[in-house]
Design a protein around this ligand. Sequence first.
Ligand code: NAD
Length: 560
Amino acid sequence: MTITKYDTTIQSKKQVTKRGLDVINDPRLNKGTAFPYNERDQFGLRGLVPPRCTTIETQVQRVMGNYYRKTDPLEKFVFLSALHGRNECLFYRVLLENLEEMTPVIYTPTVGLACQKFGALYRRTRGMYFSVEDKGMFRKMMDNWPENEISVIVVTDGSRILGLGDLGANGMGIPVGKLSLYVAAGGIYPNRTLPVLIDVGTNNQDLLNDPLYLGINKTRLTGEKYNELMDEFVEGVQDRWPGALIQFEDFTNDHAFYLLEKYRHQMLCFNDDIQGTGAVALAGLLGALRIAGGKLEDQKIVFLGAGTAAVGIANMIVAGIVEESGIRPEEARKQLWFLDSKGLITTRRGDTLKAHKIPYARDMEFIPTLTEVIRKVKPTVLMGLSGQANSFTETVIKEMARHVKRPIIFALSNPTSKAECTARQAYTWTDGKAVFASGSPFEPVEHKGQMYVPGQGNNMFIFPGVGLGLVACGAKKVTDSMFYTAARTLAKRVTDTDLHQGTVYPGLKRIRQITESIATAVCRVAYKEGLATVPVPDDILSYIQNQMYHPAYAVYESDS
Ligand code: NAD
């Protein structure tokens, strides 16, 4: 018998030819105890699952009971990964209903730990690996992937995983985690997502010595050979899945900027560490200005760190200033100062600057320390993207509070252990005047009877909505104005209650509504810029809502 699967949300029919244990062992088809009796008969499942038919709600209850029995975040990660591999719909239902609680488990900070132990934790494959050993075969290998329609690919080469450095093929946890968030927060259909790891080797000697390491046993490929491999991957994707969005993730900054610049004008792609981070930080800054007052173009912003994330944020702030005030980018850049590991970045420093730093080098005398830069510049905003814990010292923070009423202080380095300062330090050292946000979550802080709730500049506020919007309108390219619009839309979602508590980001509970509004705004930009290929719908928001995945079991009906 051929069985037709009616997907209740998109009404498409799929042929399901599997029977018996093959159905149960397929996470896309499996419903476990929720198979009703007519489906048990159609699929030959009688006797293979316990007699009582349960609802998905009961299954969620059982999963959560088992989840709470685990106290260690890594154990929770393994438990959720196992559920993902067993019953995809139930995994997403659980995740969507508990997103706030589970995001730190399936993504930063726990995913970092999971990547470090990836070889030891490995149970079953997920996503695709392309290695140096496969050179010349990438396109053919893509035919091994069973899905013909892919909307979003998240790809890493594992070279800079969060703040943890080179984790080689173990970096696969990042694309897997990000795409789970795409499905849960962005409503992209799970079967239309593809996590990818490009294994060009690793320079992490501990991994090369580890018999459980899953990547090739070679040091990293560099130069032209690296670029050829990336070209082969990108060209293969364009041929196998034309129109799929490629999201570059956790590449070291020497490759991140180059790859983005190379591909962004030819195809649908973006780099989340550069553009996603840029938009989420800009949104936080716009939210912070609703508390501190003042216009974006009047802010003086000092960055500690001048890598992928810092320059990505700076580019987005410049785009914001240009958009809002009409001044030229060269003028807008004069509001920004950068320090890297050597000190203030200036044209007179006497060293060769990496290309991404050059537009931000100041024509002024070199200043070696952050405190001196703050004394000289008198910034209104301080951004930490250096990966250096405790670099916002008491002196630094008090210096900020000396010259501004409400200093805006963002300690964005991840994971929590790398943050430039804690929320408590920012609030107590400024006597509650700081408007604070961080990259990893911090608990609320009570200071002199007032509760302060620090916001988390989590990229998941931005990338699922941007991705959904791009896919929905069939965009050909991704532009800075799309990310700027996403930032503006996110900033508008911050409520007065949030701001009253000092929070510059909305709660994750509202993530689906936030995603829908960002996707709608991104579509509007794509239509305005002539980059959309899908005809303009009458009502963009409902069009997008109708395309979103909701984790509910499909109903299977016999077609005979
Ligand atoms: P990167 O390696 O590209 O850049 C790090 C920068 O810090 C470099 O410019 C380096 O010179 C500088 N640096 C190192 N030591 C320093 C010191 N002692 N003083 C001043 N500068 C110093 O890394 P990246 O991708 O830009 O990421 C930086 C941090 O930002 C990481 O911790 C990462 O987790 C975090 N990040 C946060 C978010 C977010 O909050 N949403 C997003 C992306 C990255």
